[in-house]
Design a binder for this molecule. Structure first.
Ligand code: PLP
Length: 359
């Protein structure tokens, strides 16, 4: 071998395929492919950005001290029980880095978040996937049964991206009772703010009850800061200490820290916007159900359309609309459509109404 060879687990990863960007057929598309917040940032958040911009010649606070303190206060824990990352995906990567490696296993449901298998493989550990049940929900008893002496981490995504249902409190408590305490359980609540199902587990009520529970939250979705990269983990101090050791120094910019604090200051206003998205989700789900679509329960800011072998056709159909609609395809499984503004949702509904088949 004459050229540098990446590690086998890295070489085995599929190459990155960039999503569609810019114009489609000369038209600005509707971007319903990344579960982003469709509304522009709040003026108060933009103001914080401008203020923070004046100090970008300095390194940021490496430990995001002010933000961590705010988050600790918000969640009723100590600052030693919170770590901030460049998006909650980074925080998750650091949890995996701290606890899993070659010879270990990481258990998660499938289909679930695309990042889980990639982040697992990067640590050298093996992903162990447990199929969702017939309602596209986590099968937690099967996940507990999949734990072996090699298992180091289990990921639970509630609500589940991309299918939508949330995990219920009774299911989660029973699951935690079945998981050995040396196995880290990550409860990924990226879409918690959009939940309306009253049975849904809330990490807030679970933290502190088990020494092995990590709760992940993000500013990317409901709070509209996807472009700034800031999320966090809440866990017992021993876990947070290990995770902090893995964090790339200065990976959360000062601008992101300021904007996250400004977002916490503006929480009521942001949650009003979330109410608007939730109302739109109800409207979209009702319209699709009336039109004969059979959707899993949607608790996030997206709906899952299980199109099976019609998936490619459906993606092309969305792309061929007067204003093209970008959605997230999963080959031969289905399409995830992000809830957008009312006008964007109307465009998606009229595209779906024009189809001659139903999933
Ligand atoms: C979007 C998303 C995240 C958050 O990603 P960030 O890195 O915080 O932008 C985490 N988990 C799931 C399941 C998601 O869909």
């Amino acid at each position: 071998m004459t050229t540098p060879q990446p590690l086998p687990n890295v070489a085995a990863l599929p190459p990155y395929v960039p999503g569609a960007r810019g114009l489609v057929n000369g038209v600005t598309p509707i971007k319903s492919s990344s579960n982003e917040n469709p509304l522009p940032p709040l003026p108060s958040v933009l103001e914080a950005l401008a203020t923070a911009g004046a100090s970008i010649h300095r390194y940021p606070d490496m430990y995001a001290t002010d933000l961590v303190e705010r988050l600790a206060e918000r969640h009723g824990v100590t600052p030693a029980e919170v770590v901030v990352g460049g998006g909650s995906v980074s925080a998750l990567a650091h949890v995996l880095q701290a606890y899993a490696g070659p010879g270990n296993e990481v258990v998660f449901a499938w289909r679930s978040f695309e990042a889980y298998p990639i982040l697992t493989l990067l640590t050298g550990a093996s992903p162990v996937t447990v199929p969702l049940d017939a309602d596209a929900r986590h099968d937690l008893p099967a996940m507990a049964a999949a734990i072996t002496e090699r298992t180091k981490v289990v990921m639970v995504c509630s609500p589940n991206n991309p299918t939508g249902p949330s995990v219920h409190t009774d299911e989660f408590v029973a699951f935690m009772g079945a998981v050995p305490e040396h196995v880290v359980v990550v409860l990924d609540e990226a879409y918690l703010e959009y939940v309306t199902d009253p049975e849904t587990v809330h990490g807030q009520e679970m933290i502190g009850r088990w020494p092995n529970l990590v709760v992940l939250r993000t500013f990317s979705k409901a709070y509209g800061l996807a472009g700034l990269r800031v999320g966090y983990a809440i866990a017992p101090a021993a876990i947070i200490t290990a995770v902090r050791s893995c964090v790339t120094p200065f990976s959360v910019s000062g601008v992101a820290q300021f904007a996250a604090i400004a977002s916490l200051d503006a929480l009521p206003e942001l949650l009003e916007r979330v109410d608007g998205i939730v109302a739109e989700r109800a409207r979209v789900v009702a319209a699709l159900a009336a039109d004969g679509w059979n959707l899993p329960d949607s608790q996030g800011n997206f709906v899952w359309i299980a199109a099976g072998d019609k998936t490619a056709e459906l993606v092309a159909h969305f792309g061929a609309q007067p204003r093209p609609i970008l959605v997230r395809p999963f080959t031969n499984e289905g399409v995830r459509l992000t809830i957008g503004t009312p006008a964007e949702n109307d465009a998606a509904l009229s595209a779906l109404a024009g189809l001659t088949w139903r999933a």
